[in-house]
Design a protein around this ligand. Structure first.
Ligand code: ZN
Length: 323
């Protein structure tokens, strides 16, 4: 009985909504196929964690403007293609719904642009990125861009007309809309225009820590209302605010709060691994993810609901959205 949780963990389809490991690859010029002890994730540890499908963020730092952002994003996407080429029997880039039925031993990677900078204000660049395999996108990072204002903008406006056109085009292309980092003002517009389930791929909750980057109860209701998921991240900055490190218990508190407020079918995991530097107890790296399962089971969660949180819910959304 002691290890029932571990069996459930490895029997579950595990989906993570957000990681920045390919940013690390590009920034540092190293490969995730080699041990990278300073990173949260390398390929061997990702496999060990039981992760079946990893959504890979294409983050463009604000220092890049215009076409430079496009080039940076294209190079990061290329790293993901190179990864698939290096380990074709172990890695599959997810392009269509049928790809989500992953054979045993195959890790799915889904490419998601974080912030619309690489579009460079041009709607056909969304199609371009779609054609290169991108299947999800968050409209902003924290600052303002040509689509909308991010969570850190003080007197925020809603979506620009370009931002609205992008959301409509994402609907038509059947891409997953990610509202993480989006300011509440833009969120209101996005939720009105979006068709089908939407996600927030890595977030904390304002009810525990009221800060712009976290989501309010109202936003939780709205996302759940689309049939989508709220993926809880593992950052002390989003969970407790520090200065003491948050722990896996705080992550599970957030998971339980979403489950209780909008239903267990709307909660998911979105680590943000390799996107932050703080430490979270029990989740020091990707091999700590089974501790979430352990804590859920310790609190009395049943196998069915555990599996929903670990990946069943995210899978449902991806299957509903992708063509
Ligand atoms: Zn982020």
């Amino acid at each position: 009985m002691r290890t029932a949780w571990l069996r459930w963990h490895h029997a579950a389809v595990l989906v993570d909504g957000h990681m920045d490991t390919f940013y690390k690859e590009l920034e540092e010029g190293r490969s995730w196929f080699s041990p990278q002890p300073k990173w949260h994730i390398d390929f061997a540890r990702l496999r060990k964690s039981g992760t079946d499908l990893q959504i890979c963020a294409i983050y463009t730092p604000p220092k890049f403007e215009g076409a430079d952002a496009t080039v940076w994003a294209a190079r990061m996407i290329n790293r993901i293609y190179e990864a698939e080429k290096t380990a074709p029997k172990q890695i599959r880039i997810i392009r269509r719904r049928a790809d989500l039925d992953l054979p045993r031993g195959v890790t799915g990677l889904l490419i998601s642009i974080e912030g619309g900078l690489p579009l460079d204000g041009k709607l056909d660049m969304l199609d371009y990125f779609y054609n290169t395999g991108v299947r999800a996108m968050g409209l902003t990072h924290n600052p303002r861009n040509l689509l909308a204002d991010g969570a850190s903008v003080k007197r925020a406006r809603g979506l620009t007309s370009f931002g609205k056109a992008v959301v409509k085009r994402m609907n038509a292309l059947r891409m997953v809309l990610d509202v993480a980092h989006l300011h509440l003002a833009g969120f209101r517009d996005a939720i009105r225009i979006a068709r089908g389930p939407i996600v927030t791929s890595h977030t904390g909750l304002c009810r525990f820590l009221d800060r712009p980057r976290n989501i309010t109860d109202w936003q939780m209701k709205k996302i759940a209302g689309t049939g989508g998921v709220i993926a809880i991240d593992y950052l002390t900055e989003h969970l407790t605010g520090g200065p003491e490190p948050a722990s896996v218990k705080d992550v599970v508190d957030n998971i339980e709060a979403v489950a209780e407020y909008v239903g267990v079918e709307h909660v998911a995991l979105g680590s943000d691994f390799d996107g932050y530097n703080s430490v979270t107890k029990g989740l020091e790296d990707v091999t700590g993810v089974p501790n979430i399962t352990k804590e859920l089971v310790r609190r009395g969660w049943g196998e069915r609901d555990v599996k929903r949180v670990l990946g069943g819910n995210y899978m449902r959304v991806l299957k509903a959205v992708l063509a």
